[in-house]
Design a protein around this ligand. Structure first.
Ligand SMILES: [Fe+2]
Length: 178
């Protein structure tokens, strides 16, 4: 990819890739039609392939059958990016920085919900502690997306959501998904 300077998104003391660089990677990867076509698709559940992300980042190609989603979760201290390579994904996110530890339930303010539809070729980068859920709301069409995280995910916190109340349900560690 081009070496043109982009406004660096700081990642603290780490010299790892920026969120902009991760977005660049997922965009380039999604344009690799042979790679995207190599992902097995299963109508019963999500499928994935681990990819080599830039600069030691963790990257995945994920297939989403109609009606599947992640549930609410965050990525702890990792920054990341994802981009829809096929189909359409919906992202619901919170425009607030939540405390990372020391709570089981939080009542969310009324004005922090955000929703965005990401059609093929559209993606987004996100910073630390980004809380979201990603869904394929289509009744008929698979979606495929590319994801990259840096540092490699140390943990994923999973939440349930009832109205305005977010509840921490589970913390997953890498051994749970690798
Ligand atoms: Fe996520």
């Amino acid at each position: 990819m081009s070496a043109s300077p982009s406004p660096a998104v700081p990642v603290g003391t780490s010299a790892g890739p920026t969120a902009a660089e991760l977005l660049d990677f997922v965009r380039r990867t999604a344009a690799d039609t042979a790679l995207i076509a190599s992902l097995p698709l299963d109508p019963e559940g999500r499928t994935w392939i681990r990819l080599d992300g830039p600069g030691g980042s963790e990257a995945w190609l994920i297939g989403w059958p109609p009606g599947t989603g992640t549930g609410w979760h965050d990525h702890a201290d990792s920054i990341g990016a994802f981009l829809t390579a096929a189909g359409t994904l919906k992202e619901h996110s919170l425009a607030a920085r939540l405390p990372t530890d020391g709570w089981k339930t939080l009542e969310l303010a009324e004005d922090i919900d955000r929703s965005r539809e990401l059609t093929s070729g559209q993606g987004k980068a996100f910073g630390r502690h980004h809380v979201h859920e990603v869904l394929n709301e289509s009744a008929v069409e698979h979606a495929v997306s590319v994801h990259a995280y840096y540092p490699p995910l140390p943990q994923i916190r999973r939440y349930s959501r009832t109205g305005a109340v977010l509840r921490l349900e589970q913390t997953e560690r890498p051994e749970d998904w690798q």
